[in-house]
Every structure is written in C-alpha cells, then in structure tokens.
Design a protein around this ligand. Structure first.
Ligand code: ATP
Ligand code: MG
Length: 199
C-alpha cells in the first residue's frame, strides 16, 4: 500500500477552538493529507503558570469538535504517556505507530518558534515534515528555518485563542461560534473555566 500522508496537530486544546480547526482543515486540503490526527498534550506534573484542565476533559472536547469530519481523528498517545509533553516524544510514538507513512506536523507560528529553540530540534525533522501556519499576532518568516524541512502556509486569520475563550467563560461572556457548539455545551456541563486559574 502506498504511504499515507498524515497530519499531526498537537495542542493543549484547553479548549479546542475554530482557529485550530480551520488551520488543520486548510493544511489537510493544501497538502492533500489522508488524515489529520489531533493530539492533546499530557497533563503537566506541575503547573507552570496556570492550572490546565484535566486531560480527559481536553481529550473529550477534541473528540466532540472533530467527530463529524471523516479525515479528522484524535490520538491519546500524549495523554496516556502522561506528564509534560515534548513534541519529540509525540512524533517518535506516532512514527512507531505509522512506520510506513509520511508525517506532517502542523503548528502555529508561535509554537513553531518555540519548537525550533529546543534541544532536539534536529531529531524532530527526522520524524516529520513541519508545516507552520500563520496566526494573528505572531510573525512567521522562514529566515532561520532549516531549508526544506518546514513549509509555511497562510490560513484564513482566526484571532481566537484558548486563553481568550477561558477568560470569556470566566467573565460569563459567550464563546458561541468561537468553539464548536458541542464544546460550548461540554464547557458548561463540566463547569470548566469558571475559577480564577484560567490565565
Ligand atoms: P493557549 O491560549 O492556552 O496557549 P492556544 O489557542 O494557543 O491556547 P494551543 O492548544 O496552545 O492553543 O495551540 C495548539 C496549536 O494550534 C499551536 O500550534 C498553535 O500555534 C495553533 N493555534 C492555536 N490557535 C490558532 C489560531 N487561531 N490560528 C492558527 N493556529 C493556531
Ligand atoms: Mg498556545
């Protein structure tokens, strides 16, 4: 069987919003991907600057948001490994799961900047091709990107962040149409983001 082209979209997804979904959908179309796998991060051992919602809640919101798209799926690799997630571990595990397929790691401009400063940045590129997508408020240029390893894609600007969604819920403001309907309902059902630890 020919190698499949698989997109990998890692994130905290606390909560998943339409910026994530538009970026994944656009890359899926432009790169002719057979599938895009969303990978919610594991639960950090210690909070860095805020409390991250439970992995199961973030996982379920990701499933709810992606369920109706036949080429979107969700992986538990990072959640089941537990602890802080490093992209190199995500890609190593998915490479083992899909040894014959081509992996494309999809990341926003902000996350891409961080990834490139990591220690094992070189190893990362042996596991996947990287696709950087534009994100309002962040600058994306290919000056210091390794040649041929990263593609940049312009996606329709969605000035949405999970942080802004959490803050809106905290202040009793609506998040309708920023996140999928089922995610609005799930946030309400589980009383997520109602306490002051959302930042
Ligand atoms: P937070 O505000 O909590 O950091 P976030 O909105 O940045 O949340 P993450 O889960 O941190 O969401 O992001 C996962 C991936 O999606 C990252 O690669 C990030 O750059 C990308 N991303 C997030 N929001 C957008 C957006 N509006 N447009 C394009 N890419 C996005
Ligand atoms: Mg972020």
């Amino acid at each position: 069987m020919a190698a499949r082209r698989i997109g990998v979209m890692g994130g905290t997804f606390d909560p998943i919003h339409h910026g994530h979904l538009v970026a994944a959908s656009e890359v899926q179309y432009r790169f002719n991907l057979d599938e895009v796998i969303f990978v919610p991060t594991g639960q950090p051992w210690q909070k860095v600057d805020r409390i991250v919602s439970k992995a199961e809640d973030r996982y379920l919101m990701t499933v709810i948001a992606t369920a109706s798209n036949p080429v979107f799926s969700v992986s538990r690799v990072d959640i089941d490994r537990g602890g802080q997630t490093y992209t190199v571990d995500t890609l190593r595990d998915l490479r083992a799961e899909y040894p014959d397929d081509d992996l494309f790691f999809i990341t926003g401009a902000d996350a891409l900047e961080q990834i490139l400063t990591w220690r094992n940045a070189d190893e990362l590129f042996t596991f996947a091709h990287f696709i950087g997508v534009t994100r309002p408020g962040y600058h994306l240029d290919d000056n210091h990107l390794p040649k041929g390893k990263v593609s940049l894609v312009e996606v329709t600007a969605m000035a949405i962040s999970s942080t802004a969604c959490r803050e809106r819920v905290l202040h009793g403001e609506p998040v309708w149409y920023l996140v999928p309907d089922g995610v609005v309902r799930y946030i309400d059902k589980r009383h997520l983001y109602r306490r002051l630890s959302v930042r």
